[in-house]
Design a protein around this ligand. Structure first.
Ligand SMILES: Nc1ncnc2c1ncn2[C@@H]1O[C@H](COP(=O)(O)OP(=O)(O)OP(=O)(O)O)[C@@H](O)[C@H]1O
Ligand SMILES: [Mg+2]
Length: 639
């Protein structure tokens, strides 16, 4: 039998490798922008058409490439950024894997024009299916102009997998924002379909942050700056009042590379603890610079995950720096430790890190404070038992998921029977628990049902007590209303929709570019929910109609909040866009805890709640009421 193993042709190997690096237009945008930054460009222009599906072009004034390098650049593992294994641990550039252009050339048609300062003429190159189809001299300015057309033209499965233009555009804007935020001394612009979406003049970090996040943030940023020999932290956090209900503007950069880190995010959340409401998220744009030997960037092909040599120390610094900044700006009244001297004197800071040094850091009093108080270093997604012990220790504080961890009041009270009485609590993923078709909803009719015409009492402007066929229930008005609205909106969104009422005075919304793109993307689904929204020039939309059952007048606030809510769900892949919207709308429109309700309103709410598909939980899985069955309550009284 002949041998059967052979090497794959380059174009196939590249296409396979491209799967990891280039997942969507935005990934190509990230790679091209990073290449331009690495080339030392001071002006970088990004031009896209059809949200990058037909064209992504990056024009820079960086150092350009020679004729040979221009060809070499598209070979796999071809890079000018590292040359030996040692370099891998001293990376200061964005790229180093030598994969991006090879991957791009495997999945798009590429045209490159590039010229170095010292060359008379530049070179122009065309590539298709990883093969150079043309190369000739060309007159062009110094720098590189790379255009990739028809992304995934040769991988139809991938092309079909792409989302709507608005959705892909949003990803592009995200990547553009991340790179441009990290390099404020570079001019950046973004054009989509010949329309300029962003134009970022060179300036300070603060100017860049304000340019991107919007002018309203100018007075609301607190500067963070701590320099130590081990690492520097700088950037901004939002004053506590800018905290939002959703994870919106949170940026972490390590050596100017945008990274995702739930662990460091938790450090910041901890620094803000007690200053912002539970379940809300502070704004931050933070940069950590440290010796590249203390990092491993090569954890993931997209380089958005990194490993710190010692992440506990980084955690401690981040938390301390943010606390310090908030204290300095008198945002927080007290400081529970003095940052500068103690941080500076940590052995790990003043000397290169060694094992003994780490041990001595661990015994320093400052370090002890961090570790004992917050226990945050235990949090590791894979270590569930540790997470649990952390949760136990920090009961009443917020966990990394942003949720309070002592959910079940019965567990806290330790009263036997009550746990059973409120066992209904534990339904955590109600939508996943199927209701058997054809059989009555177990929570309806034959089970628990409020007694018609019975008295209702509102307590603390938040809870409604009412008797039922088996005892009584304590209804949480906001959660209950969320369930009611969720059912109403999902029916509307799949049926003929909620009627809309024309606005006499249409409202114009001026939004940030990413928000405007998002809202435009949501417009068709919003129409089903009663909102008529049309584009109205750059970053503006006009609200022509509102749901007939919602009062007019505060469309702006409603829609802005709705976008915030929606963004909160975007990481949740399991929901369709419409489902996310329906959930956001329900959350957004639900009557708030603390709102006094009259008898009629309470009655309608409770009645409607018990006609929904799953009256006992919100769409997100929180309880809408707690049931106190008579026999259990009797037992508690020893009867
Ligand atoms: N805009 C540019 N200006 C000048 N040189 C460039 C530019 N883009 C790419 N190059 C050159 O082409 C090489 C290959 O680029 P490519 O993006 O494929 O790899 P990389 O940036 O080295 O690593 P990574 O795959 O991690 O991005 C780079 O190392 C660089 O020398
Ligand atoms: Mg690169």
């Amino acid at each position: 039998m002949p041998d059967i193993i052979h090497l794959l042709p380059d174009n196939i190997a590249n296409q396979i490798a491209a799967g990891e690096v280039i997942q969507r237009p935005a990934s190509a945008v990230k790679e091209l922008l990073e290449n331009a930054v690495d080339a030392g460009a001071t002006e970088i222009r990004l031009i896209v058409q059809e949200a990058g599906k037909s064209l992504i072009q990056v024009v820079d004034n960086g150092k350009g490439m020679s004729e040979t390098d221009a060809r070499m650049a598209f070979e796999r593992h071809a890079t000018s950024k590292i040359s030996n294994i040692d370099d891998l641990f001293h990376i200061r550039t964005m790229g180093f894997r030598g994969e991006a252009l090879a991957s791009i050339a495997a999945v798009a048609q590429v045209e490159l024009k590039t010229k170095r300062e010292e060359d008379e003429t530049g070179t122009c190159l065309e590539i298709e299916n990883s093969r150079v189809t043309r190369q000739e001299p060309v007159a062009c300015p110094r720098g590189t102009n790379i255009a990739m057309k028809n992304l995934f033209f040769n991988v139809p499965a991938r092309r079909n997998f792409l989302k709507s233009n608005a959705a892909e555009m949003r990803h592009i804007v995200d990547e553009f924002t991340r790179v441009s935020m990290a390099f404020p001394s570079v001019f950046f612009s973004l054009n989509n379909n010949s329309q300029q979406l962003m134009h970022l003049e060179k300036g300070s970090l603060k100017q860049r942050v304000v340019q991107i996040l919007g002018n309203t943030h100018n007075a609301k940023l607190v500067s963070v700056q701590e320099n130590t020999d081990y690492l520097n932290i700088y950037g901004f956090v939002g004053k506590p009042e800018t905290a939002r209900k959703t994870r919106g503007d949170q940026y972490f950069f390590v050596n100017q590379r945008f990274i995702r880190s739930a662990y460091l995010n938790h450090a910041i959340m901890n620094a803000f603890r007690d200053m912002i409401p539970q379940d809300s998220f502070p704004l931050y744009v933070l940069f950590i610079d440290l010796d590249p030997t203390q990092l491993d960037i090569n954890v993931h092909p997209t380089k958005q995950e990194i490993k710190f040599e010692d992440e506990k120390i980084v955690y401690a610094f981040v938390q301390a720096a943010v606390k310090h900044a908030l204290a300095q700006f008198s945002v927080t009244p007290t400081l529970d430790f003095d940052l500068d001297p103690s941080i500076q004197h940590l052995d790990a800071v003043s000397k290169p890190v060694s094992e003994e040094k780490k041990a001595s850091v661990a015994s320093s009093s400052l370090y002890q404070t961090f570790t004992q108080k917050n226990q945050a270093h235990f949090i590791e997604p894979s270590q569930k038992s540790e997470l649990k012990s952390w949760k136990d220790l920090s009961s009443g504080t917020q966990g990394p998921s942003g949720r309070s961890d002592t959910q079940d009041p019965s567990e806290r009270s330790g009263i036997p029977g009550l746990a059973e009485a409120s066992a209904i609590h534990k339904v955590k993923s109600p939508e996943a628990a199927p209701l058997i078709p054809g059989l009555p909803n177990p929570y309806l009719g034959n089970r628990i049902q409020p007694i018609e015409g019975a008295p209702l009492q509102q307590l603390l402007n938040t809870y409604i007590v009412t008797p039922t066929n088996r005892g009584f229930i304590l209804v949480h008005q906001q959660s209950a209303h969320e369930r009611v609205l969720y059912d109403r909106y999902s029916t509307a969104a799949t049926g003929k929709g909620i009627p809309s009422q024309k606005n006499l005075f249409p409202v114009t919304l001026q939004l940030s570019t990413p928000d405007a793109i998002l809202l435009e993307e949501l417009a068709p689904d919003l129409q089903l929910l009663g909102y008529l929204i049309e584009p109205f020039g750059k970053d503006s939309l006009i609200v022509q109609g509102t749901p007939a059952d919602t009062g007019q007048g505060n469309e702006k606030a409603i829609l802005e909040n709705l976008l915030e809510q929606f963004k909160h769900f975007t990481s949740d892949m399991k929901f369709s866009r419409r489902e996310k919207l329906v959930r956001s709308m329900a959350k957004q429109q639900a009557v708030r805890a603390g709102q006094p309700l009259d008898d009629k309103e309470m009655r309608m709410l409770v009645e409607e709640l018990f006609t929904t598909r799953q009256p006992n939980v919100t769409p997100g899985g929180d309880p809408t009421y707690i049931e106190f069955r008579k026999e259990y309550v009797d037992k508690l009284f020893g009867r």
